[in-house]
Design a protein around this ligand. Structure first.
Ligand SMILES: [Zn+2]
Length: 233
């Protein structure tokens, strides 16, 4: 089931209270339109009933797509600073739904699902796009690391991320999201041969791949983020 609840929130433009249908969980098998809206970048856009201003809620929901074998805990972008805690939380929910304590059918279903944790809409959309185009998200993250070595001028850090935004034929388009990235640096086009190159040399990437997949947060950003907010305190 896809679950929504009606909540009141403050419009960021006029400050008046407006009602919003906030999503708690998405079932893409039953509601393919919601998956399409995530890919289109329109999901959870709210229109203020007072001034008409449109704004987008940060993601905070579970996403299930049994047909494509995806289960994703989507969190608000700022929560990336607590990525270890969020990944533990996701694992607990996943275990509860599909683990030893769940029914036989649920356990079977769980085996066919890849669980992931994402923070913010660009990361969420990217995971859906990667699966849609038949790519492997671990290899996409390795490719980003490979690309970063050639891009020393990019102000990379928490809040700045490189995301795959399109794949058309042999052309992959990545885009930087976050503050401090100039427009001319924002988009990066590369050939899919770079991806295929890594895919055929995974033995050379094993250590990094292991690090990327040590939790459901499969994102090269975690190699830069460290242990998170608690560890820094
Ligand atoms: Zn308003």
């Amino acid at each position: 089931m896809s679950l929504f609840s009606t909540t009141q929130m403050k419009c960021p433009k006029c400050g008046e209270s407006t009602s919003a249908e906030e999503v708690g969980s998405v079932n893409a098998d039953r509601r393919p339109d919601l998956r399409e809206a995530i890919l289109a970048g329109t999901f959870q856009t709210i229109k203020c009933s007072h001034c008409g201003h449109r704004f987008r809620l940060e993601p905070d929901f579970n996403y299930m797509d049994a047909g494509r074998g995806q289960w994703i805990a989507a969190y608000p972008a700022p929560r990336i600073l607590d990525h270890l805690e969020a990944a533990d939380e996701m694992s607990a929910v996943f275990e509860n739904n599909f683990g030893a304590a769940a029914g036989k059918a649920e356990q079977e279903l769980g085996k066919s699902l890849t669980g992931r944790v994402v923070f913010g809409w660009p990361a969420m959309r990217e995971k859906l796009l990667i699966r849609d185009r038949g790519l492997d998200d671990v290899i996409v993250e390795l490719l980003k690391l490979d690309l970063l070595r050639e891009l020393p001028e990019i102000p990379f850090g928490a809040g700045t991320a490189l995301r795959l935004v399109e794949l058309a034929g042999p052309d992959m388009t990545f885009a930087w999201f976050g503050p401090g990235v100039g427009d001319s640096q924002r988009v990066l086009d590369i050939g899919i041969s770079r991806y295929q190159d890594i895919a055929s040399h995974m033995d050379e990437w094993k250590d990094v791949a292991d690090e990327l997949t040590d939790s459901a947060f499969v994102d090269m950003q975690k190699l830069y983020l460290g242990e998170g907010r608690d560890a820094q305190a």
